[in-house]
Design a protein around this ligand. Structure first.
Ligand code: DAH
Length: 337
């Protein structure tokens, strides 16, 4: 009986072993035959049932079978592990490469680049100035006299009595005019700072682009034409615009430019505070007091200036309703542009 069982086990193992495809199959049959409760151990247990005279031969055959199974399994094991090693070591140059995620320019950089290229095409050059500015350039030379209430229009981070983080890019006008004689036609982009509570509508740091054109025969009509042309190139043709009288110490007369609200198309909504209009920039004719500070002859020269917030311009174009998203670096926001 037991001899027959041994023969059967041998046959079964051979069939199963030829079907082994990987090391996990191999482990399964190792446990089945050589495991603590496996077939071989069961057969050894049953040795006691055999006749005394047959025991030595059966025992010998059982040992032989166990050794044979063990050596076949070990051999297969080592050939699987060699195969795995050579698989991981060989380099298949024909495989397609890994895809890397490529970043893109930040939406504010893209917006600024677009603004720059529009103004460059209209003959403006690009200049920059420092973010740490003197009180003189930021306020005084721009016709904000000391103790003038207009200074309160912009909450300032003072570094010392005379120095501050610039609250707008207008002081770069002063720097530029101090450096060169008319004609001056430039835009001046950069970061500005205001001591304001952070909210969906305002941030303590943002970006502006300043514009300045000074020559002997500059008109308000040219200012309007330039800004309308900019707005059409940036926002497309599908909007109305208007210039509203306003006040800035460094321009006289001053105005603000509004365009039709993109959200409600002028019928009134939350974004435009039910006016149908969105303000996009401030502008005006350079005040003669400013020319005095940079030693330009205000009898001879005339100029216009304008200033816009880059975040605001981008928010209106892309329907972004919270300024904070520009600075949080949330990948879900950034990768939309
Ligand atoms: N500096 C102004 C601000 O930050 C913006 C501005 C308005 C700039 C009118 C100008 C201008 O050059 O003419 O609010």
């Amino acid at each position: 009986m037991l001899t027959k069982k041994i023969e059967q086990t041998k046959k079964d193992f051979t069939t199963e072993f030829t079907n082994v495809e990987n090391s996990s199959d191999l482990e399964k049959i190792r446990i089945k035959y050589l495991g603590r409760n496996g077939t071989i151990s069961e057969l050894f247990d049953r040795l006691k049932e055999a006749d005394k005279k047959d025991k030595p031969l059966i025992g010998k055959n059982l040992n032989l079978l166990r050794n044979e199974i063990t050596s076949q399994i070990n051999e297969a094991k080592s050939s699987f592990s060699k195969q795995r090693k050579s698989e991981t070591q060989s380099l298949d140059l024909t495989l397609p490469g890994k895809k890397y995620q490529i970043g893109s320019r930040h939406i504010l950089t893209q917006t600024l680049d677009e603004i720059k290229s529009i103004f460059k095409s209209m003959g403006f050059s690009v200049h920059e100035g420092p973010e740490l500015e003197s009180d003189y350039n930021n306020f005084e030379a721009l016709n904000f006299p000391e103790d003038h209430p207009a200074r309160d229009m912009q909450d300032t981070f003072f570094i010392s009595e005379d120095f501050l983080l610039r609250t707008h890019t207008s002081p770069v006008q002063i720097r530029l005019m101090n450096k060169m004689q008319p004609p001056v036609r430039a835009i001046m982009p950069g970061r500005v700072y205001r001591n304001e509570a952070v909210s969906a509508r305002s941030y303590c740091m943002f970006h502006q682009v300043e514009g300045l054109y000074v020559d002997t025969d500059v008109t308000f009509a040219e200012l309007k034409g330039t800004l309308v042309s900019f707005a059409h190139q940036f926002y497309g043709e599908d909007f109305e615009y208007r210039f509203r009288p306003s006040f800035f110490p460094f321009t006289e007369p001053s105005a603000e430019m509004d365009i039709t609200c993109f959200i409600c198309k002028g019928s009134g909504c939350k974004i435009c505070k039910y006016s149908g209009w969105l303000e996009i920039l401030g502008c005006g004719m350079v005040d003669p007091n400013v020319f005095k500070c940079v030693h330009y002859d205000s009898e001879k020269y005339i100029g216009y200036a304008f200033g816009m917030g880059i975040e605001r311009i981008a928010m209106l174009k892309y329907g972004i309703t919270d300024i904070r998203v520009f600075f949080e670096n949330d990948f879900r926001f950034l990768k939309q542009f």
